[in-house]
Design a binder for this molecule. Structure first.
Ligand SMILES: CC(C)(COP(=O)(O)OP(=O)(O)OC[C@H]1O[C@@H](n2cnc3c(N)ncnc32)[C@H](O)[C@@H]1OP(=O)(O)O)[C@@H](O)C(=O)NCCC(=O)NCCS
Length: 159
């Protein structure tokens, strides 16, 4: 009940073409190697593979985008490709809520395992994924081209 209150003005919806400009804008705000608008547009061409959940704030003019998460379905695996929450809305449980909802969707589609990559220094994201049952199983050295940072490979084998 408390969570319903906390998220009362928020709506969760699937990615549509009309979201692309705003999505690419928030992506740029959140990542040092952002996906382009064109890359997000490609996602819409593969609806059987690519699944995105957006959260918008109905209480504000223009229903601004507050966060989003996407995964690719590969057999019974969900490959998480992106998760971001607008900087001003972080630390309020929104990332956890988004991730919980989209992993529930993945499970309903038959996914039994989930995997993702996260920067070695990205502790907030790592804590969030731990809370969701992910464990670090490998390291990809110097994976990120902007600062040669390692990537941690996480799996949740019991989605
Ligand atoms: C990672 C991110 C999505 C988290 O979103 P959020 O809405 O702030 O996360 P939540 O408020 O739901 O927090 C969930 C859990 O994450 C962890 N967490 C979140 N922010 C944290 C922080 N600043 N420091 C440490 N742990 C943190 C905590 O375990 C938290 O659970 P708790 O509140 O019970 O302690 C957000 O910080 C973000 O958009 N970062 C930039 C983009 C990014 O790095 N995405 C992940 C790419 S792999």
């Amino acid at each position: 009940v408390a969570d319903q209150g906390r998220f009362a003005s928020l709506t969760f919806e699937l990615l549509q073409a009309g979201d692309l400009d705003e999505l690419a804008g928030l992506e740029k705000e959140c990542f040092s190697l952002p996906w382009s608008r064109a890359l997000f547009a490609e996602e819409l061409k593969h609806p059987e593979l690519s699944h995105w959940l957006l959260v918008r704030d109905e209480a504000l003019p223009g229903r601004p985008l507050a966060g989003y998460m996407g995964f690719w379905k590969a057999g019974d695996e969900a490959h998480v490709v992106n998760l971001a929450v607008q900087p001003g809305r972080r630390g309020q449980g929104l990332g956890f809520e988004l991730a919980t909802r989209i992993l529930d969707q993945a499970r309903a589609m038959g996914c039994r395992r989930a995997t993702l990559e996260v920067r070695a220094t990205n502790l907030p994201a790592q804590r969030l994924y731990e809370k969701l049952g992910f464990q670090t199983i490998a390291v990809r050295r110097r994976y990120y081209s902007d600062n040669q940072e390692d990537a941690l490979i996480l799996w949740n084998n019991a989605l």
